[in-house]
Design a protein around this ligand. Structure first.
Ligand code: NDP
Length: 496
């Protein structure tokens, strides 16, 4: 029986999963992952290369072209997705443990994410059955028009390290519901739970070759998927820099792209808000997952008349967040996931101080065991144009910007290349809803933040991405539309 309250005494080793079988990488090499909270080796995955990607793409291609999955009815697809959901629930603690070990996130949170993932598979099972086309009965008695939704084919799925299992769940069941096959490449830092998902889907009865997982470095494995001419679509979640590479690579075979990239998401707090609730929401949305969320609230726009009061309320909340060993179930915020990310966060804090922004609270690394932890950090009096207001820091760092009226709040909120999410806090319904209509973001929260669920679609405006995941939109994204004219009776000859 595993003791989930401490790191494991042995490394867990995984092979990659290709064509329904566990396989070694051709290189014979592996990648070892150290827990960012404990600096201990916890897992080992195959270091795949282009030859392994080739095997995985060919497996997914065969599975698709032989209609091993797409020929199944929505009801049959749903049955497998529901079995997978049940197996996820059964293995919740084990999956959450490896998610925590590899990512550094609080285990209580990871357990919630695993349950949330099961819930998404259940929703997508319904979507597999609900997916449908359209018909045109208005073309006259001799002609009927049909519009069908066809699976797009082989999907390359490249996922990041911040929510390895949850982001996978926001995509895999929808791709499967649509009838596509998958070559998945998780981040080299957090591959274990994607490999567990392969195990679960196989046990649930998914045919061989429909879900394949290749592990290793993004610059080789991810790039080989992007460049592959037999991959019909790529769904990528991660940095804007790699998003650009996806766009260049798509030119090869014009593969379709789904992109979920960065964000610099505003909270817009009006004097008419319930300030206590808003302060709690602001603290949550910046510190959750150590601020390593594409939808983290990282800019705080607050109406000037309450700015000083509100700043103090948020600082008091931030100081009380329980940052600590993520395996402790009382911990709210765990470690920073990668060394590079830790350096990026600390550099952003240092640069903010150097340019004269006022540090209201936080700002330092925390010494907790051997891990990388950062205090939730709040800056005020930030110079216009500062990187603190412009760049995605992807850490628990928040910058305050006061505003005087509604139009100024709109202008500041939309003054970013990104458009992923925005949270609006006001009990005045006109103010709250009108701001929701004006803000340029794919996800808007009113008097709440980071709310989710598989029913609503997610995705970004502007440079935050293309396409939508989850909801019925999320299944449709992985289909292409075919229109069919069907003529009845005798043809009117063209050649007399
Ligand atoms: P990346 O964009 O590098 O990583 C995301 C995924 O892309 C990973 O699976 C990665 O693999 C893979 N990848 C890396 N290079 C390539 C490539 N050339 N071709 C195809 N796939 C590739 O993010 P980082 O880990 O470097 O994080 C940097 C910044 O990106 C963060 O600070 C944050 O701002 C942003 N980010 C945004 C996320 C979001 O949810 N929108 C998630 C993660 C990061 P591997 O990890 O194995 O290299």
């Amino acid at each position: 029986m595993t003791d989930y309250s401490r790191p494991p005494s042995q490394i867990r080793a995984f092979d990659c999963f290709i064509d329904g079988a566990w396989q070694k990488a051709q290189s014979g090499e592996t990648v070892t992952r150290y827990s960012p909270a404990h600096a201990r080796a916890v897992s080992e995955v195959q270091r795949c290369g282009t030859a392994d990607v080739e095997r995985a793409v060919q497996a997914a291609r065969r599975a698709f072209d032989h209609r091993r999955w797409s020929a199944r009815s929505g009801a049959e697809r749903a049955e497998i997705l529901l079995k997978a959901a049940a197996l996820i629930r059964e293995r919740r603690d084990e999956i959450a443990y490896y998610e925590t070990l590899e990512n550094g996130k609080a285990m209580a949170q990871a357990r919630g994410e695993v349950e949330g993932a099961a819930n998404i598979y259940e929703y997508a099972a319904g979507a597999a059955r609900a997916l449908h086309g359209d018909s045109f009965n208005n073309l006259g008695d001799k002609m009927l028009g049909l519009v069908t939704r066809e699976p797009i084919g082989v999907v390359g799925l490249i996922t990041p390290w911040n929510f390895p299992f949850f982001i996978l769940a926001e995509r895999v069941p929808f791709i499967l519901a649509a009838g596509c096959t998958i070559v998945c490449k998780p981040s080299e830092f957090t591959s274990a739970t994607s490999l567990m998902m392969a195990e679960i889907l196989a046990e649930a009865g998914l045919p061989d070759g429909v879900f394949n997982v290749v592990t290793g470095e993004g610059s080789t494995v991810g790039q080989a998927i992007l460049d592959h001419p037999q991959v019909d679509m790529v769904s990528f979640t991660g940095s804007t820099a790699v998003g650009r590479r996806c766009v260049s690579a798509a030119a090869g075979n014009f593969k379709k792209l789904g992109l979920e990239l960065g964000g610099k998401n505003p909270h817009i707090v009006f004097a008419s808000a319930d300030l206590e609730a808003a302060a709690d929401g602001v603290a949550f949305a910046m510190a959750f997952n150590s601020g390593q969320c594409c939808v983290s609230g990282s800019r705080l726009l607050v109406e000037r008349s309450v700015a000083a009061t509100f700043e103090a309320m948020v600082a008091a909340k931030l100081a009380r967040i329980r940052v600590g060993d993520p395996l402790d179930l009382d911990t709210q915020v765990g470690a920073i996931t990668t060394h590079a990310q830790n350096q990026q966060i600390l550099a952003a804090i240092e640069a903010g101080q150097a340019e004269g922004a006022r540090l209201v609270c936080g700002g330092k690394p925390l010494q907790i065991g051997q891990g990388a932890f950062v205090e939730p950090t709040l800056f005020a009096d930030v110079a216009a144009g500062s990187a603190l207001l412009r760049d995605e820091i992807f850490g628990p760092v928040l910058a305050v910007q006061p505003f005087d009226d509604f139009e100024e709040a709109v202008a500041i909120a939309n003054d970013t290349v990104y458009g992923l999410a925005a949270s609006i806090w006001s009990k005045d319904i006109d103010t709250a809803v009108q701001m929701g209509r004006r803000v340029q973001a794919g996800r808007v929260w009113v008097n709440c933040t980071l709310a989710g669920g598989p029913e609503l679609p997610i995705g970004g405006f502007k440079q935050s991405g293309w396409g939508r995941e989850t909801g019925i939109y999320g299944v449709e994204e992985y289909t292409q539309i075919k229109s069919m004219h069907i003529e009845f009776g005798a043809r009117v000859p063209w050649v007399g």
